[in-house]
Ligand binder design. Structure first.
Ligand SMILES: [Zn+2]
Length: 195
């Protein structure tokens, strides 16, 4: 079902035929312009935050211990991976995440993707009506350090301080008012570049 819907044209109505006991109901839904992602909260205690190019998954074990700001910053980061088409671009470059992703050229490319996602994430926060500074603030906080020391501690990520600095620079340069709307063409253009 989700697979099918995700293949439909983004700007055309979705026609549904709903079967109810003894009646059928035809419904036409006009999709709102936006970026398509399916968000799943995994009902387990694992500490997972990931996206595969279509689905963003966050485990309850991780989400339930996070502040609202931390959750918003995490979703913005995962959504940025989808928007920047990192799965497609990394696969095209022959990069697999996981063990081999942490070495050599793979590590460099994976880290480049993480950096792009961090930069775009502050624009997404601003466009959602939030203060983009919550993301760097999160990475500088106790909570950010704790999260970094857990699931995120992988060689493909810059240090929490480096991530915070990168986001603060992005905000200072492109979001000096600290709010949206923002159209980060300089980052969106990266979708056409190879890793
Ligand atoms: Zn990431």
């Amino acid at each position: 079902m989700f697979e099918h819907v995700s293949q439909l044209p983004a700007d055309e109505p979705v026609e549904l035929l709903i079967a109810r006991e003894d009646a059928e109901l035809a419904v036409s839904l006009q999709p709102r312009a936006g970026c398509r992602a399916l968000v799943e909260v995994l009902a387990d205690d694992a500490r997972i935050a990931r996206s595969d190019g279509r689905v963003i998954q966050l485990s309850l074990g991780l989400a339930s211990g996070m502040s609202d700001d931390a959750l918003a910053a995490s979703f913005a980061h995962e959504l940025a991976h989808l928007i920047l088409e990192h799965r497609r671009r990394l696969s095209a470059a022959g990069v697999s995440k996981g063990l081999f992703g942490e070495f050599g050229a793979n590590r460099r490319r994976n880290r480049a993707a993480e950096t792009e996602a961090d930069r775009l994430s502050v624009h997404l926060l601003a466009n959602a009506g939030l203060d983009p500074a919550i993301a760097p603030r999160f990475w500088r906080s106790e909570e950010g350090r704790r999260v970094d020391a857990g699931i995120f501690r992988s060689a493909i990520y810059p240090s929490p301080t480096d991530r915070a600095e990168l986001m603060e620079k992005e905000i200072a340069e492109y979001l000096p008012q600290g709010r949206g709307p923002s159209w980060p063409a300089h980052l969106l253009a990266l979708r056409d570049s190879a890793f």
